[in-house]
Ligand binder design. Structure first.
Ligand SMILES: NC(=O)c1ccc[n+]([C@@H]2O[C@H](COP(=O)([O-])OP(=O)(O)OC[C@H]3O[C@@H](n4cnc5c(N)ncnc54)[C@H](O)[C@@H]3O)[C@@H](O)[C@H]2O)c1
Length: 111
């Protein structure tokens, strides 16, 4: 029986360890191709190896999710490599530096 994510492309940030690694392995078990992203290269590559050693499809990209350009690059890489991006699990979300952070106050002006 095909996995729940058969043919899907997934992104996991913080994928070098902990919850991110566990999620990356679970996504792969369910048939997804997994883009593993993390600041830590060794751990990220180990996650990829754990996936590919069992027949899965995965690649690692070094990334600091507090940088908007790094996050945009992840999406570009997934789409360029596999033609799509279906789901993402972000165990390590952007820090307060991110413009999208709800904790960062924004200046607004009312005319
Ligand atoms: N483990 C738990 O029981 C638990 C419970 C509740 C909440 N959380 C939260 O879930 C998140 C993940 O927990 P975990 O136990 O898997 O932690 P972890 O430290 O094992 O994994 C976090 C991963 O994120 C990476 N990372 C850190 N900053 C990054 C950045 N700026 N860009 C890219 N990658 C970055 C680290 O290198 C690491 O591989 C944490 O925010 C933690 O506070 C964990």
């Amino acid at each position: 029986m095909a996995g729940l994510l058969q043919g899907k492309v997934s992104l996991v940030t913080g994928g070098a360890s902990g919850i991110g690694r566990a999620a990356a392995l679970a996504f792969a078990r369910e048939g997804a191709r997994v883009l593993v992203a993390d600041m830590v290269e060794d751990g990220g590559k180990e996650t990829v190896k754990l996936i590919t050693d069992t027949g899965g499809d995965s690649m690692f990209t070094k990334c600091d999710v507090s940088r908007g350009s790094d996050v945009e690059a992840l999406i570009t890489i997934a789409v360029k490599t596999w033609g799509r991006l279906d789901c993402a699990l972000t165990t390590r979300e952007s820090a307060a530096k991110s413009p999208a952070s709800p904790t960062k106050p924004r200046k607004t002006s009312i005319a």
